[in-house]
Design a protein around this ligand. Structure first.
Ligand code: PRP
Length: 213
């Protein structure tokens, strides 16, 4: 197969990555080196005609939108926070967690005060509180959001909760669930037109119950 006909797939490195590799292995799309701890970021399976690029989870959608990748695997949190011109094809039902409002266990909500919300997801937070007609101030952080209310720079956080361990160990608790999150297979819009048969084959294989791990 010519290089130009290969299917380019952007995969997230890290936590979600391992579950995605399991699924790709099950449908026969594994690739040598996928689980190696080396730093190679582009891997190929020439028999299957696929090339994988391993990128930061939050960058997958932009690679796909710009056409550097035909397909990508990305969390619904990233899609909901951004505004990407892509097609969302399959809910892979892995990387399941919830987008939540959490607060210190002793925090009592004061409805008439502006609520200070620390988050990596300002758009999701704004939309959620806009829907509740609640005035908020966003404190945009990049990680370890749980620290913000402990140190008093926010009242609550809007963040992902998976096992709940981080909240528990920091004396915080879930107050509201905003939305369930899971990983999605996404496609570049023009790649979907030109490589539809190959892409549909992968979608079908990934949607089969056996691929759901
Ligand atoms: C995410 C999230 C929480 C944690 C939740 O952080 O922001 O901090 O995982 O997981 P848990 O419910 O299983 O404890 P991540 O590990 O991505 O790192 P970050 O804090 O740097 O964003």
């Amino acid at each position: 197969m010519g290089k130009e006909m290969m299917l380019n797939i952007a995969l997230p490195k890290g936590r979600l990555g391992n579950s995605v590799y399991d699924m790709l292995e099950k449908i026969g799309y594994a690739c040598d080196g996928m689980r190696d701890k080396n730093r190679k970021l582009i891997l190929e399976n020439p028999e299957r005609g696929v090339r994988y690029m391993l990128v930061k989870p939050s960058d997958v959608a932009i690679y796909v939108q710009k056409g550097a990748a035909d397909l990508g695997v990305v969390g619904k949190d990233i899609l909901a926070e951004g505004d990407y011109e892509i097609y969302e094809l399959v809910d892979l039902k892995i990387g399941k967690c919830n987008m939540c409002v959490a607060a210190p266990c002793e925090y009592a909500e004061e409805p008439n005060r502006v609520l200070r919300v620390a988050t990596k997801f300002p758009n999701i937070a704004k939309e959620y509180y806009f829907g509740k007609d609640r005035d908020i101030e966003i404190i945009k952080l990049s990680g370890s959001i749980e620290v913000a209310p402990i140190l008093g720079i926010s009242d609550v956080i809007v963040d992902i909760v998976e096992t709940g361990t981080t909240l528990r160990e920091n004396n915080l608790e879930v107050r509201e669930v905003i939305m369930p999150i899971s990983a999605r297979l996404i496609a570049n819009r023009s790649a979907y037109k030109f490589k539809q048969m190959q892409i549909d084959g992968i979608c079908r294989a990934l949607s089969a119950p056996a691929a759901d791990c």
